[in-house]
Each structure stands twice: as structure tokens, then as C-alpha cells.
Design a protein around this ligand. Sequence first.
Ligand code: ZN
Length: 544
Amino acid sequence: MKKVYVNQVGFPCESAKKAVLNFPASEVKILNSDGTSAWTGKTNHFGTDDISGEDTYVVDFSDLKEPGKYTIVADGIKSCTFEITSIPFSTLMKDVCKCFYYLRCGHGLDKKHAGVYFHEPCHLSKATVYGEDCSPVDVSGGWHDAGDYGRYSTAGAVAAAHILYGVRFFKNLLEVKFDIPQEKCDNGVLPDILAEVKVELMFLMKMQREDGSVWHKVTTFSHAPFIMPEEDTKELFLFPISSLATADIAAVFALAYTIYQDYDTAFAELLLKCSKKAYKWLSENPEPLLFKNAEGSNTGEYPEPEDYSNRFWAACALYEACGDKSYYDEALVQKEKLLNYDGQSSEQGFHANIFTCFGWADVAGLGALSLILKGEPGELYDLVKENFVNEAERLLKNTNANGFGLCMTKDDFIWGSNMELLKYLMILTVAQTISPNNAYKEAIISGLDYLLGCNSMDVSYVTGNGEKAYMNPHLRPTAVDGVDAPWPGLVSGGPNTGLQDERAQELPKDTAPMKCYIDHVDCYSLNEITIYWNSPLIFVLAGL
Ligand SMILES: [Zn+2]
């Protein structure tokens, strides 16, 4: 079918702008909302590529800068409408941030802030400590992780960190208002973004044992059926501690300390104390303590094959926060272990630029962000800077290999491919601060174009944002709350050539990577949401 693919949300007035056609058109017109012509031009034939499987024709309309609402028409085929404005992503940013509020666990969402998406209090019962002989523990609060109601320490720490590093790099994030309950601090109220992240930090504090170690996760024994969170009343279990969770918590608390100390000194001091307590446990327990699901339990496992990147992140974040040389020395030790590790990571294979990884498992890139913020010349700083620039250059090469100008290759279309994309856009954003390059900027905009509709599914992968935004996330509350539309701002996992769920397997085996997607609630391997797929988008939008 003939299609005109375009970012369905919008473009900054001064940015590069393009649309992609899958057919040759003799003339391309861009129409104002009143139907008059705003721009006329031609396509450039790019040809076929191995990610979209389409013969692509690119329209470059970067010279159209006048604010307004537009539609592209090529040989009678119309695109979705889009906007050109100085603030194209302000609603998107608010929506993406507000999702964390909607995902809150514990005391419920009120109608004033959540509207039709409110829910009653959930998961407030104390959790049984699996395999330990001790009293049940209160670990209420935090964010539901994803389509399920589990809460996982490593995933939660990483999502909070994406947002908090966003705050450290780009102060404008502190100005974003998204209508959540106010949280008092020393001199008034916390900025919304810090009030929201504090919810998760308070929960993560409860996940820490007296000895400093951290439970890997709290979930029911098996995933709940599709019911509202308050109806999920089965027994909660705290599953065993891991060095992965302990290191990630040491890291994110140290990072958070550097931010909250300007707003809430008591909370900041507590964060630092808990961070050091976790770090002390790590020092006394130098062997990796990894995690495996209990026999028969099917909730998220978040396994990792080593804990070097986690320990590296913890040491870097504490070094940045406190300046103590012993943390730097430990970061050097873990760096060596990482570079000498020849196994497979739990996400994608280890690659040359390992110090740019921001996932829930490979977190060395988060440690690198602390080193970049510290900005102190030396072995580690030089290494991570080089990694970011090298990786950004690799990503730029990718953008030239497909008609969509997308920085991904076909191997990136794995489970949660949109997070692969958003991690790449984070890397380009950081590289832009280290070594400014207009091509990095264009690649970031191009990546957002893809996410927001300029893709061969012709779909915006963020709910409520775009004329053809996807509607059916694999997410329990939005599936059963009786409201047609899901709440806005949720990033879908996106196309995945692995097709790991039953409905996904209805797609032909030779489907092009970019088309391995179905907007269906059953498709957990294509259309789930998670906190750490939303959080990198906040970082990227803040950096624009
Ligand atoms: Zn809950």
C-alpha cells in the first residue's frame, strides 16, 4: 500500500524535517490546515534497506519553518497531520513524565490528579521474605514496573537514574509540570519531576536490609491475571538479595543525593547514608551474588551474568558525589573486569563501547555519566568520553544505511527495540555535550521522527501523541479499567524480530524488522510498556 510516513507530533521550527514515501511521486505538496499550499518539492530515491524492507523515497522539507499544522500530499496519498512549532514536544514531555504517576503502587491515585485513570490503594500488605526466617516487611510504594504489577530493584533504580541524570545534565527538566500531588521540601515544594522520582527512591529504601544489601524484587509468586492493581491481593514475596540490586541502589542513591541536597537536606543525607551502607556491603562481599527466579515463579527475573558494570556504576556515582579517591580506585578495578569479560551480556552482546550502556542490566554507561558530570581529567574520564564519541560515530553511520535516517541496524530490533533506539538517542545527546556536531542533533530528531510515526508501521509508539498513536499496550490497568483510550505518554516496546508471544507469531517469518509489530494487548513481546522505556525518552527530550 502507498504510504507517506511522517512524525505525527511535530518538528522544531529550525530542525531538519523529512518524510518518507514507499512509492515514487512526481510532486509532493505540504498543505496548511486550510488546504492552501505551504510547500512544494520532490523526493530523493533512497532505495531499499534491510530494516524496513521498502523501496524508500525521502522528502526533505527542512526549509519549511513557519509554525502551523500541516499535511503532506503525494500523488493523492495523504500523511497524518503534524505541527511545526517552537515547542513541539512540550505535551509529549508532560505525558511521558505523568506515566510514572499513573504507575504508582501503594496508596492509590486520586481522581483529582488521575481523572478516569484513578485506582484504589494496592499492594499494601507486608511481603513475606522468601527463603529467610524473618517477619514480613513493609515494602509498599514505588512504581509498578511494566505491564505487570511487579517491582524490581535494578529496573527501578535504572529508570530513576535516567531521569535524575536528565536533571543533572539539563536543568529545564525541573520546570516540567505534570499535575501530580505536591511534595513539600525545605523551602517550599519539590519540582514535580523530583517529587515523582522520590516516590521510587522511598520504595527502594524499603528494599534495603539492615546489613545494607538489597532484595532483588517484590512480586506475587506468579503474574496476576488482567485485573486492576487493587484486585491483585495474592501474597507478596521479597525474593533474595543480589549484588546487582545492592550496587544499583548504592549508585542511584548517591546520584539522587547530589540533586536532593539542594531541596531536602534530611532526605539527601538519608540517601547518602543508605548508599554508603549498600557500598559497604558490596566491599565486604566482593563475589558476584547474581539472581535466579525461585523454582516455579514466573515474574520478571532481570538476570545478569556478572555484576561488574553495577559495581562500576556504584563506585563512579559515589566518587562523583563524595570525591573520595577509594571509589575511583574501585571503579578502575571494575573497569578492568569489564574490559576483560568475554561472556555475553544479558541484553545484547558486549560491544567495543561498553561504557555507553544504559540498560537495566549493562549500566556502565550510567557510571560514565557520573564521570562526565565530574569532568575531572584522567584515565576513566578519557576512556568514557572516547567511548561516547566512538559510539555516536557508529550510530551516525547507521543513519546513512536506511531511508528513514534511523540510527539502528536490523540487529537492534529485539524485545524492547524502542529502548534500543532511546538508549542510542541518549548516547547521541551525551556525545553532543562532549563534542558538539550538527549531525548528532539531526540523528536525534530523526530517531524521534521514527518513534512518533515516521516508520513503516505508520504508527506513533507513544500513546495519545500522534494521529495514529498505538492504542492497545500490554498493560493490566489500561486493559481492564473500562476506559477506551490508554492514558497518554506510554512508550511501546516496539517491533521485535524475535516474535516471542503467540499472537506475534502470526506474522510471517520473513517480515522486515521494522514491521514486526502488532498493536494488540496480547503482544507482550511487541507492545508492553515499562518504566525504563519511558525514562530514557525524558532524558532525550530534556536534551533537545
Ligand atoms: Zn500496586
